[in-house]
Design a protein. Structure first.
Length: 311
């Protein structure tokens, strides 16, 4: 679950879009405006990836959320390393807000929560994430002015749609109300996100950049979206291969197929005295004539109630 990306703005029906405040002082040639207009198509495509759509609907497996957090950790580690290296470079220095924005330490807390104290030994950078990381390092070392695109795309999105994803993840995964596991989305040193975003855009617009450099930054922002979409697609493929998780964090229910000894509820695995599988027990009970009669009666009552409601 990489965070929501910076949005070009939009209607209330799109939860990843943030509320724009009209500013008569903004010029069509300001970098913030060029980025907003120049990345609309990329943003829409990223927002409509299967991974993001499932996430917004609360259909996110805990294991997949953990892997998304790993991807974010490697991405922000690279980004913040290059930002630290360029903190005095005039092409980026005005956008250096380590206290307010940096996410690496917050992500480390999330990974410790999910994986334990030895989390560093348990995680690895995925192929798609590594490509993203390599691009960030290349930009930081050879074209630091393009760091603006990566910082803007990531942090402004975290402060916008990312706050929606925080609530979705907390509810869908039943995470603690103390915000453990979602520290990535918590910005303790920003009291007003909307005001901070306005400040950030104003600083960005004040950078001394020529037209060609601004166009290159917009192009780089579109590349950032593509890298994110590759990570989303990678996560989506992994998600399809994961076994369906049980509701409420329990074990998955046995489907009655295959070796009963592979059932998670099998007595030997749970260390209980009862040798039965709940699935087979329920199946056997359902085959009893009296039970079938009761079930048929219940279905008739339910059908009648539904018909009444529709009429």
């Amino acid at each position: 679950m990489p965070s929501a990306l910076e949005s070009p703005g939009g209607g209330e029906e799109d939860v990843l879009h943030y509320e724009e405040i009209e500013d008569d002082a903004v010029s069509p040639m300001d970098l913030s405006e060029l980025l907003k207009e120049g990345t609309k198509e990329s943003h829409d495509r990223a927002e409509n990836t299967q991974f993001v759509k499932d996430f917004l609907k609360g259909r996110i497996k805990k294991e997949l959320f953990k892997l998304a957090t790993v991807a974010l950790y490697f991405t922000y580690s690279a980004l913040e390393e290059e930002m630290d290296h360029n903190k005095d470079n005039p092409v980026f220095a005005p956008l250096y807000f380590p206290v307010e924005l940096h996410r690496r330490e917050a992500l480390a807390k999330d990974l410790k929560y999910f994986y334990g104290d030895d989390w560093k030994e348990k995680i690895q950078c995925s192929e798609a994430t590594q490509q993203y990381v390599d691009r960030i390092h290349h930009v930081g070392q050879h074209e630091p002015e393009l760091l603006v695109a990566h910082a803007y795309t990531r942090y402004m999105g975290d402060l916008s749609g990312g706050q929606v994803l925080k609530k979705v993840a907390q509810r869908a995964l039943k995470l603690p109300s103390t915000e453990e596991g979602i520290q990535f989305y918590v910005f303790d040193n920003i009291s007003n996100a909307q005001q901070f975003k306005q400040l950030y855009r104003a600083r960005m617009n004040a950078l001394d950049l020529d037209k060609n450099t601004k166009e290159r930054i917009v192009e780089e922002a579109n590349k950032a979206f593509r890298f994110n979409m590759q990570v989303f697609d990678e996560l989506d493929k992994i998600g399809r291969s994961l076994a369906e998780e049980a509701q409420d964090g329990g074990l998955p229910v046995h489907d009655g197929k295959g070796d009963i000894r592979k059932c998670p509820y099998y007595a030997d695995k749970l260390g209980t005295a009862s040798p039965g599988c709940p699935f087979h027990a329920a199946l056997g009970l359902a085959r009893q004539p009296l039970v079938q009669l009761v079930l048929a009666a219940c279905m008739a009552v339910a059908a009648g109630a539904a018909a009444w409601y529709i009429l």
